[in-house]
Design a protein around this ligand. Structure first.
Ligand SMILES: Cc1cc2nc3c(=O)[nH]c(=O)nc-3n(C[C@H](O)[C@H](O)[C@H](O)COP(=O)(O)O)c2cc1C
Length: 266
């Protein structure tokens, strides 16, 4: 038989509850404060790690090395671009931005009309993150992210352009799942070394940079604007060519690159 509850044991139940509540509140306060305080530090670490990775990739590009000399003296600055206008925006954090995630979210993306979907991505984010390489003045190089479908995978990378956005400094493929020994040749220097020096647009402003594959031949035989595909890895190289055209075009970073051509980035 249970003993009747005494005022003393009722008081102790209440104080146990109060202490538990106070501990819970204290803990959630500590977690909230830690989250808020640590967030900028976390983002700064992420940004530094991304820049270090980028500097590492860029440092291995002979053309970039030649153009920029010692990359440790150059500053790499990530900026978020509104793709429709080409303007920089400050209300989206570049460090945590993932274009594929943003493209999957209806509120941060738009559909790509099938007839213009060269990269075969169906939806694209409204924003993108570019990296500006500079030494105090106007950017000396612009690094524009690209991605799209290759033969059997999504290929991700970047194209580094001169400060006016019109000359290729280098093609950087950072991630792909193409077949080893076939499509993987898109990362080999034999192929990436064909890109530096190629021109993006002609004097009339027409986007002419493209990859030539044997089947289609050269629609534009001016060598300044084309890179040969690799026979046997036609689909992967063609895929890279198409995604480059998409991301440098009107639906991609075209409006931003127009601002670069006008010298409006600083
Ligand atoms: C197992 C297998 C893997 C392949 N992987 C690739 C690839 O990664 N990239 C690619 O472009 N083509 C790949 N192909 C496709 C062929 O190599 C294809 O014939 C080629 O892309 C077409 O180019 P061609 O017209 O120069 O022959 C693959 C084919 C097979 C059977």
């Amino acid at each position: 038989m249970s003993e009747p509850t005494t005022p003393r044991s009722r008081r102790s139940t209440w104080s146990t509850l109060l202490v538990s509540l106070a501990v819970c509140l204290g803990c959630s306060l500590v977690v909230s404060v830690a989250t808020v305080v640590l967030r900028p530090i976390q983002l700064e670490h992420r940004r530094a790690a991304r820049n270090a990775r980028l500097a590492d990739i860029l440092g291995r590009q002979p053309a970039l090395k030649e153009l920029l000399g010692d990359l440790t003296t150059a500053s790499l600055e990530e900026r978020v671009v509104d793709l429709a206008t080409g303007a920089f925006v400050t209300d989206v954090e570049p460090a945590g931005f993932d274009p594929l995630k943003a493209a999957a979210e209806p509120s941060t993306s738009r559909a790509v009309p099938p007839e213009r979907d060269l990269a075969r991505i169906k939806r694209q984010a409204l924003h993108g993150v570019v990296t500006l390489v500079s030494r105090g003045g106007a950017p000396e190089a612009l690094i524009v992210p690209i991605y799209g479908r290759g033969y059997g995978s999504i290929i991700r990378g970047s194209i580094a352009l001169s400060g006016d956005g019109n000359t290729v400094i280098g093609l950087l493929i950072s991630d792909h799942g193409e077949t080893p020994g076939i499509g993987s040749e898109i990362t080999e220097e034999d192929w990436t070394s064909l890109w530096p020096g190629k021109k993006v647009r002609d004097e009339s402003g027409k986007l002419r940079l493209h990859v030539v594959v044997e089947e289609t031949g050269a629609p534009d035989d001016d060598e300044a604007f084309h890179v040969d595909g690799i026979s046997g890895a036609t689909r992967s190289t063609e895929g890279v060519g198409h995604m480059v055209q998409f991301w440098l075009g009107d639906d991609g970073y075209g409006p931003f690159l127009a601002r670069a051509r006008e010298g409006a980035l600083r």
